[in-house]
Design a protein around this ligand. Structure first.
Ligand SMILES: [Ca+2]
Ligand SMILES: [Ca+2]
Length: 237
């Protein structure tokens, strides 16, 4: 044991003063804590089935109520046909897994026909700002056949990090979209039981109420049905 060489009385007074100096901010933080408490919620597609987005041949949309702690957040999802052929019949419907290796329900984003550069835009908005928005875009695969496709993803809302499936490349920009470039997915498509052609997006803790991505077909000769999926959405308030 080390024996103090300083007068114990002085140490005691300094400790008290130190403790008192910290006592005030500690009380302030404690009283303010409830305002900063983080609650989280999930838009869980397992609670839905069938057609959940409705509209016309150019735009379909729908709204979903999610409980995040004491906050009730309305999540609105809109798919806009920017260029290209009309929506496929599964567009805006909830489908059951597996898709992209996920054995849960998911939202289908489906093209009837598609040619190079054809673009659908997906807008996700929330009725109040949320943090840490997280979801996966499923099955961004490639089929190198006469009726092929090349599913690509361009992310329009900055502030995210991406976790790429093992066959994915790119940086999510228009010039370098996320796309499959590996495995059998480059020629035969990716199996529904595989997550190799998924991209998981997670935004940071800056409050946001709008998230946008484009679903682009990168292949020149494609003219057939092609599809990606949207997973459950997780976020905090
Ligand atoms: Ca789910
Ligand atoms: Ca696909």
């Amino acid at each position: 044991m080390t024996v103090p060489t300083t007068d114990p009385g002085k140490i005691s007074r300094r400790k008290v003063a130190h403790g008192a100096a910290w006592a005030v901010p500690a009380i302030l933080v404690a009283s303010a804590a409830p305002a900063y408490a983080v609650s989280c919620g999930t838009l869980d597609w397992d609670k839905y089935s069938g057609r959940v987005l409705t509209g016309d041949s150019n735009v379909v949309s729908g709204s979903f109520t999610v409980q995040s702690g004491v906050s009730t957040v309305v999540v609105s999802i809109k798919i806009t046909r920017v260029t290209g052929k009309p929506f496929g019949h599964r567009n805006g419907t909830v489908q059951s897994g597996p898709q992209g290796g996920i054995y849960e329900n998911w939202l289908a984003i489906h093209r009837k026909c598609s040619r190079e550069g054809d673009t659908y835009r997906v807008d996700i908005t929330t009725s109040q700002p949320v943090t840490g928005m997280t979801f996966s875009v499923l099955d961004l695969d490639f089929l190198d056949k006469c009726c092929g496709y090349d599913d690509q993803l361009v992310v329009g809302t900055p502030g995210y990090t991406a976790n790429l499936g093992s066959w994915m490349v790119g940086s999510g920009t228009t010039s370098d979209p996320y796309r499959t470039s590996g495995g059998s997915g480059t020629t035969n498509g990716t199996a529904k039981t595989s997550d190799a052609s998924n991209v998981r997006l997670k935004w940071d803790n800056t409050p946001r109420s709008s998230f946008t991505f484009d679903y682009v077909n990168g292949q020149r000769t494609a003219c057939c049905s092609t599809e990606i999926g949207l997973s459950d959405l997780h976020f905090c308030t």
